[in-house]
Write a protein that binds this ligand. Structure first.
Ligand code: SF4
Length: 443
């Protein structure tokens, strides 16, 4: 490789045609300013959408910047989850310990809001000073008769993936032990966070084909529904990176099988619906699935052709959280006649990178846990027309004068399912064609 890349990072960047193994699923290299978020933020994004739970961050106020507002999951019920509480640890607690402050914070949330379920997050500071969050939670449960669930999420413990696992373990603590399988075929949708109402789209598809959606986790979920999740027949895992761990654990504990699905892009939406229908092996569900797909495809056909005509031949770059989403996005760009020249993730797994390598165009660069300097280098080298990423990639893209499509926290329109495929194509088109890029180049 002729580029100026940190020596330790070279194994985490490959070209599709290289006969090389991509180093991934490791801690970030100190000093390379990774795009990844911390363990605590991983836990927070998974648990926060539980609409009637309370969230106490045991740490400095800065950690509490991760709130509902940076993810925007929607609720059809309670709005409790939009509030955040923080013990706001200061120098005094760092020296003398913060457990008393945490006890008081739990008491205040119980007294003022009648909270029944509280997630208590450890942050870096809580971990470093050695506060016993677990025992504070245990005492609070006894004293107030509530659920106070500790989340082991000190930022320094590893990568964001570790935070996902901590969140999945916390969710398991909420579930009922008693399993009474529903009579009618039922499914839990897990790993969807109801950004811009996406969980509702997936739910409506599944209900249309005759399936009962028992629980959605964690988008638009509530504590009661989560308790009953073990009664479902199947877990359908939308965001594999964040919640496959929960699916595996529910399989171990409750014997619930799971399928990985993706409602990103038309092909993956169709495949996922068939995957779920096939699991139930019911001819009526299969027939209804075929009918649903037929109807939805007709509805979006003209729009997709329209945008495909405009976008054909453009170059795309993908830098997202998980490998499964990156795979779907490569296919979605194919559907639009676009070429993916860069694809990377924050937390992709080896097997996901193998699929990425097999479907990416021949000269694509593939990179794990990138830093802004690497992204800048490959985005400019490849004359990319649009970058699809999350909140941290947006300013980089704009500074480089490259169109951007937000596929993560902040967006206000759904990008999943058939309707989402049109929204995605429209957003990519409008961003690429914005006159701002021409003006930027002129000045
Ligand atoms: S937990 Fe640690 S790394 Fe994460 S936001 Fe707080 S201080 Fe930063």
């Amino acid at each position: 490789m002729n580029y100026s890349i940190l020596e330790e990072r070279k194994k985490s960047i490959i070209f599709k045609n290289d006969n090389a193994y991509l180093d991934c699923d490791k801690d970030s290299i100190a000093g390379s300013i990774s795009q990844r978020a911390c363990v605590y933020s991983g836990a927070r994004v998974v648990l926060n959408p539980i609409t009637d739970a309370y969230h106490i961050i045991h740490g400095p106020i800065g950690c509490a910047a991760y709130t509902w507002d940076i993810r925007g999951s929607l609720s059809s019920g309670s709005e409790n989850y939009r509030n955040s509480f923080c013990t706001d640890l200061k120098e005094e607690e760092i020296i003398f310990g913060g457990e008393t402050k945490l006890k008081n914070a739990i008491q205040e949330v119980v007294n003022r809001f009648n909270a029944k379920v509280i997630f208590v997050y450890s942050t870096c500071i809580a971990g470093i000073i050695g506060d016993d969050v677990k025992s504070v939670c245990k005492d609070a449960e006894k004293k107030f008769g509530i659920r106070a669930i500790p989340v082991n999420s000190s930022g320094f413990l590893g990568t964001k993936s570790k935070g996902y696992k901590a969140a999945c373990e916390a969710i398991l603590k909420l579930m009922n032990n008693k399993v009474e399988k529903t009579k009618e075929p039922s499914v839990n949708v897990i790993g969807d966070f109801n950004l811009a109402g996406e969980t509702w789209i997936i739910k409506s598809y599944l209900e249309t084909v005759g399936l009962k959606v028992k629980s959605t986790l964690t988008g638009d979920s509530n504590c009661e529904l989560i308790k009953s999740a073990p009664n479902a027949w199947l877990n359908a895992v939308q965001c594999a990176g964040s919640m496959t761990h929960l699916a595996k654990r529910m399989n171990e504990i409750y014997g619930i099988p799971f399928v990985k699905i993706s409602f990103v892009g038309i092909d993956d939406t169709k495949d996922s619906l068939f995957k779920i229908a096939d699991f139930f092996g019911d001819s009526d569900i299969l027939l209804k699935t075929k009918k649903l797909i037929e109807i939805e495809e007709i509805k979006i056909k003209d729009d997709i052709y329209h945008f495909r005509d405009k976008l054909k031949g453009k170059k795309a770059a993908i830098y997202v959280g998980g490998g499964f989403k990156a795979i779907s996005l490569i296919k979605q760009f194919d559907e639009l006649g676009m070429k993916t020249v860069l694809v990377g993730t924050q937390t992709g797994k080896k097997e996901e990178y193998e699929i990425i390598k097999s479907i990416a165009p021949d000269d694509a660069v593939i990179l794990d846990d990138a830093n802004p300097a690497e992204l800048e280098l490959f985005l400019t080298e490849n004359s990319v027309d649009v970058l699809v990423g999350g909140v941290k990639e947006r300013p980089l893209s704009y500074k480089l004068g490259i169109a951007f499509c937000d596929h993560n926290h902040e967006r206000k329109h759904p990008l999943c399912g058939f309707v989402g495929a049109v929204n995605f194509a429209k957003e990519v088109y409008e961003s690429i064609e914005s006159p701002i890029w021409r003006i930027v180049k002129e000045i």
